[in-house]
Ligand binder design. Structure first.
Ligand SMILES: [Zn+2]
Length: 277
């Protein structure tokens, strides 16, 4: 499933090719994704210029406008979706459900499992945040407002274990299973520790660790931006050098202890009992 770093890398790949482009046409082949793709897009979007490509959590936001129309195309890649620029003469494949026809190429959305989203929020760019799918999203972990002080206050009443708490997208967006395990390892915090029993001083270590873990993954994917949005390149280049994730029973890279695997809230958690308390 695409995580925040993959979506951010996708955004960075789309931005230079989409911003300023005028949408020539829209093709909706299979409207039934997680929500139905609005048929009105076929008449709304042609003639619109893409003015910005933004990201909120794991949603891509394409701000569009033309005379009389202003709104944001909201795209989520779901479990298995991807966006690719393809030439006009490349025939659609089985799972190519939606496309934006541009002046020189096509932006094609494929999604085999159909958990993706293509929706429209009318109004100026800021109103996209009011869409029901986006209004409940937590803070952006790469934003300047995500600070140790903020997280410490936000978690003050949360007595559940820190790891699933960090993964709650209503609190913070985009800290998926890998990034939660790795951030806690980097910060030396046990995933089992009650969230509100982590000291303020340790949040000063955890917040930069979360930022660095996500930034490292974006950097790892950044070198493959062209592959990601062009041709059929895969999303397999995003893995950070994992300290603990998927390393059950292997030696901890820091202390030589054994990495343990446990289950929390239905997800596997990896940690080192020697380094994380
Ligand atoms: Zn260790």
């Amino acid at each position: 499933m695409p995580e925040l770093p993959e979506v951010e890398v996708c955004r960075r790949g789309l931005e230079p090719e989409l911003v300023g482009q005028v949408i020539q046409g829209v093709v909706i082949r299979a409207p039934k994704l997680r929500h139905e793709i609005p048929p009105a897009l076929a008449t709304l979007l042609p003639g619109c210029r893409v003015v910005a490509v933004r990201r909120r959590g794991k949603y891509l936001l394409l701000d569009c406008e033309r005379r009389g129309v202003q709104g944001t195309l909201i795209i989520h890649l779901g479990m298995s979706g991807n966006l690719r620029f393809v030439p006009f003469d490349l025939p659609p494949a089985k799972h190519d459900h939606f496309e934006l026809v541009l002046a020189g190429q096509i932006l094609r959305f494929a999604d085999p499992r159909r958990f993706g989203v293509v929706l429209w929020q009318p109004g100026p760019p800021a109103s996209a945040e009011c869409h029901p799918l986006l209004a409940t999203q937590g803070i952006e972990p790469l934003s300047e407002t995500f600070t140790a002080e903020w997280l410490y206050e936000a978690i003050a009443r949360r007595s559940g274990p820190i790891k699933p708490t960090l993964m709650d997208s209503h609190l913070v967006v985009g800290i998926g299973n890998i990034y939660a395990s790795e951030s806690l390892f980097r910060a030396g915090i046990s995933p089992l520790r009650a969230a509100n029993r982590v000291s303020r001083a340790r949040y000063e270590i955890l917040v930069p660790a979360i930022r660095e873990t996500l930034s490292d993954a974006i950097a790892a994917g950044g070198s493959s931006i062209r592959d990601y949005v062009h041709s059929d390149g895969g999303a397999g280049c995003f893995q950070i050098q994992a300290g603990v994730y998927d390393r059950a029973n292997q030696p901890c890279l820091r202390c030589g202890g054994v990495v343990r695997q446990i289950w929390q809230a239905g997800r596997s958690t990896y940690y080192c009992t020697g380094c994380q308390h």
